[in-house]
Ligand binder design. Structure first.
Ligand code: AMP
Length: 371
């Protein structure tokens, strides 16, 4: 079985690592260099995209910002899972919001902006403070503005106007500012027979819009709510593969912030914390294999390594810490790898996180030092 992954970053790499024991061979399409590569070593394989599509048994994607002509060519081959429609939904906040409404899942009140007049109407309808997000191309908090008071309107409009002008398909979503207690996410898989398996929820801490710490939680009521919303969205999309839903938790009521039609950073903890990791379950789902158990093995958290390419050797000596590097060149703020930390109990996990914090720089790992 050969799987072609659209995108050749760390998610494709971890899919390949999880697929190998199942005798699934993975190749990847690097959208920047437009070449087919081996996803672990990044070695160029020489073949072009058309030949790779032809040779693949299954095609999938590691991210939602794949150029549409590539997605359409893959969809036409009949091998793409999840579908091009599902992948495009995750890459366009306007389609995403329409999906959430169609699936009848709670999400922040919003309005669409293309003109200054739309902006004025959105302020009336949504109210201040509000969050403004570009519908295309924004992720990890990029392409976003916070409008707190009327005096900021002109300055923010100047920037938004430029953003809207960059593409005929571009627009801005104005969203009510949600005073959430915390952010959580649910990762799950749906296979071709419509079977669904979800992991325990993860509680997520973001620093400057980028995920820094994810901890699996065991909260049955919230879990049931999240699973019901996950099922509604996955069924609406006739989704096949791993799907992530990010939520705001407002006093125990969940609202979907966004969806990611792929394996997700907040699911990396499953590599050490669950029976079957999200990468293996994604490969199982798209290859038509039975889903693996999503049961948690032990309390686990994931720490993102942002902009660092070395860590203290002492971390490798810690019994319950597991480092996953992505083999990328160092750049400030770049996701370079992650550390999964396990505990024998939730309290022990918190102790392990405190222990590991002493080896990690407070400026690079702020979430850990706030604990
Ligand atoms: P996003 O790219 O939509 O995930 O947004 C990045 C981060 O901005 C989220 O993880 C939240 O912390 C915050 N955020 C996004 N939308 C809202 C909202 N409507 N209200 C409050 N905070 C938000």
């Amino acid at each position: 079985m050969q799987v072609l992954v659209l995108g050749a970053g760390q998610l494709a790499r971890m899919m390949a690592l999880a697929a190998a024991p199942l005798n699934i061979k993975t190749i990847a399409f690097d959208v920047n260099s437009e070449s087919i590569v081996e996803p672990i070593t990044q070695t160029k394989l020489g073949s072009g995209l058309a030949a790779a599509i032809e040779q693949a048994d299954v095609i999938t994607a590691e991210f939602e910002h794949v150029p549409h002509p590539v997605l359409d060519a893959c969809q036409a081959s009949g091998k793409l899972l999840p579908s091009a429609t599902a992948i495009k939904t995750g890459g366009d906040r306007r389609i995403e919001k329409a999906l959430l409404d169609k699936a009848n899942v709670a999400n922040a009140k919003y309005a669409l902006i293309r003109t200054r007049q739309d902006f004025e109407q959105a302020i009336e309808y949504v109210g201040l403070p509000m969050v403004l997000k570009s519908t295309l191309g924004g992720y990890d908090g990029k392409g976003q503005w916070r409008l707190k008071e009327a005096s900021q309107v002109d300055a923010i409009w100047a920037e938004m106007e430029q953003c809207i002008a960059s593409s005929a398909a571009q627009a801005i979503i104005a969203e009510e500012f949600v005073a959430f207690d915390r952010e959580v996410s649910l990762i799950g898989a749906r296979n071709q027979h419509g079977e669904i398996a979800v992991y325990p929820l993860a509680e997520n801490v973001h620093t400057d819009g980028v995920l820094s710490l994810s901890t699996a939680i065991d909260e049955p009521q919230l879990q049931a709510q999240a699973k019901q919303m996950f099922t509604a969205v996955a069924e609406c999309l006739d989704y096949v593969g791993v799907l992530a839903l990010e939520f705001f938790d407002v006093k125990g009521q969940l609202m979907v912030n966004e969806i990611a039609p792929r394996v997700h950073n907040s699911g990396h903890w499953t590599q050490q914390g669950a029976e079957t990791c999200q990468f293996e379950n994604h490969m199982r789902a798209v290859c038509g294999l039975p889903l693996g158990s999503t049961e948690a093995l032990r309390p686990t958290a994931m720490i993102n390594i942002l902009g660092e390419d070395t860590l203290a050797q002492e971390i490798l000596s810690m019994k319950q810490a597991h480092i996953h590097w992505y083999g990328k060149d160092k750049r400030p703020g770049r996701k370079m790898g992650h550390i999964n930390v396990c505990g024998n109990s939730p309290a022990d996990l918190q102790q392990q996180l405190q222990d590991i914090a002493q080896w990690l720089d407070a400026s690079a790992f702020p979430a850990l030092h706030q604990k």
